[in-house]
Write a protein that binds this ligand. Structure first.
Ligand code: UDX
Length: 450
């Protein structure tokens, strides 16, 4: 009898990599599979497809101890596995439905493979309700299909996978779901054993709720702005209610990234298919499409037009702590600046290779990017808050900062003579009274002139 269970993880993106490494750390023998041979070659040499946390160190360690290996060949990879975990991409298609082609390809391959008796096939990709029941039908009699959604955040992929907030395991029966949980040693976190459809719905609904919460925070901040108030105090006052909580109440330029918009669109598409209302989700998507434009409008208003203006931009990634620019609203905002006739200088500490339009110049430091008419903050990188405020104030020709993340110390900027406009926060320089002595001097000079 084998001492360690053998697991094959199909797909080596954010979810697959974190899953493969953390299972190997727990003592499972793990094979990571991907059809992208370049990526597999890099992984075999310890080069991770994305950089965050201690991912690359953890990858090197598991390769060293010899429990983790990578291959492009699916047939031997799944042949003797006790569990096969599918972590392939399920992007949004034109129709708003999830594009399941990668999942379908994997299932078609599994249909042709020699699988172990009682093998578990777990779907970990985010999929519309009913999808993993379809996988179960395709593999009927050959595998126990479970649906176990993943809740990791980019930037914390490995730590979130090592310490999940909860596990949701959907299977044919609670008994089978429990068996899968015991095999994968998932008992440290609260666990819901349920049906596959419930598990799929829980994932779509969790992301929709978080996106809705951010959108509500944005709406409250916009309203606070209209009253000249301070959104930080208003939102703190809301979040301190333990029934609401302060997480995901940070207002900004809107939510970006590869998950939220995709999952809300998928939710909307399946609700439409089932003729069920999804009004909150639809309103969230619509509001999130407007929010990024607000920072462009603010800049336009402050500068009296954007045609010919030079805008310094801090941040390109969809949030701090990742090098991911996929579905980053920063890119949409920069495009809009270009459409309205502005030139852009941009700095991001991690997105150093992201493709940029012609009217955008990439700089190597935040201060260099701030040598412009006005500054726009689009990602909440902590290093931006450390930049010398006095130097930025000197660099800014028109003394305007629009902070789309409420990251900077607005009062400090205003003290340096900069108009600071955040999301539901504003600090303006105080017009200092002219000293009496200088008035007397002026009057004297006038007299002499006469
Ligand atoms: C999200 C979910 O958090 C995670 O559970 C799921 O598995 C995948 O989708 P992720 O996309 O990595 O994770 O990023 P997240 O930290 O949730 O942020 C998403 C977007 O919302 C970012 O653009 C972020 O800047 C924005 N955001 C987040 C806010 O604008 N305000 C907040 O309070 C929180």
């Amino acid at each position: 009898m084998r001492s360690a269970k053998s697991i094959t993880v199909i797909g080596t993106g954010y979810v697959g990599m974190a899953c493969a490494i953390s299972l190997s750390e727990q003592g499972f023998v793990v094979t990571g599979h991907d059809s992208n041979s370049e990526r597999i070659l890099a992984l075999q040499q310890g080069v991770a497809p994305y950089k965050e946390d201690d991912l690359e160190e953890a990858l090197a360690e598991q390769l060293r101890v010899g429990r983790l290996s990578f291959t492009t060949n699916v047939f031997p990879a799944v042949h003797a596995a006790d569990a096969i975990i599918i972590c392939v991409n399920t992007p949004t298609s034109q129709s708003g439905h999830a594009d399941l082609r990668d999942l379908d390809t994997v299932v078609a391959q599994l249909q042709q493979c020699d699988l172990s008796d009682h093998v578990f096939v777990a779907v970990r990709s985010t999929v519309p309700p009913g999808t993993s029941d379809g996988v179960a039908r395709a593999l009927q009699g050959r595998a126990h299909v479970v649906m176990t959604p993943e809740f990791l955040r980019e930037g914390h992929a490995l730590s979130d996978t090592r310490n999940p907030s909860r596990n949701i395991i959907g299977a044919e029966s609670v008994e089978l779901a429990g068996r899968y949980a015991r095999m994968l040693k998932l008992d440290d976190a609260p666990t819901v054993l349920t049906t596959r459809v419930n598990a799929e719905l829980a994932k779509l609904a969790a992301n929709s709720f978080l996106a809705m919460k951010i959108t509500f925070a944005n709406e409250v901040a916009n309203l606070t702005e209209a009253f000249g108030g301070d959104a930080r105090d208003v939102l703190q006052g809301i979040g301190l209610d333990s029934r609401i909580g302060s997480a995901f109440l940070q207002p900004g330029i809107g939510f970006g990234g590869p998950c939220f918009t995709k999952d809300l669109k998928s939710y909307r598409a399946v609700a439409e298919q089932r003729q069920t209302a999804s009004e909150l989700v639809c309103a969230t998507l619509a509001a999130n499409a407007h929010q990024p434009l607000r920072v462009v409008d603010k800049l336009e208003q402050e500068l009296g037009g954007l045609r010919g203006a030079l805008i310094g931009v801090w941040g390109l990634t969809f949030k701090a702590g990742t090098d991911d620019v996929r579905y980053s609203l920063a890119q949409d905002i920069i495009d809009e600046l270009g459409t309205r006739g502005a030139q852009v200088r941009v700095y991001d500490p991690k997105a150093v290779r992201a493709p940029l339009p012609q009217f955008v110049q990439r700089l190597d430091s935040a201060l260099e990017a701030a040598r412009a008419d006005a500054l726009l903050v689009l990602t909440e990188w902590p290093e931006f808050a450390m930049v010398d405020v006095a130097k930025v104030a000197v660099a800014l020709r028109r003394h305007v900062v629009v902070d789309g993340r409420n990251l900077l110390d607005g009062q400090r900027y205003a003290d340096e003579g900069v108009r600071y406009i955040g999301v539901g926060i504003k600090y303006l320089p105080i017009a200092r009274p002219v000293p009496v002595q200088s008035i007397i001097e002026t009057v004297r000079n006038v007299e002499y002139a006469v």
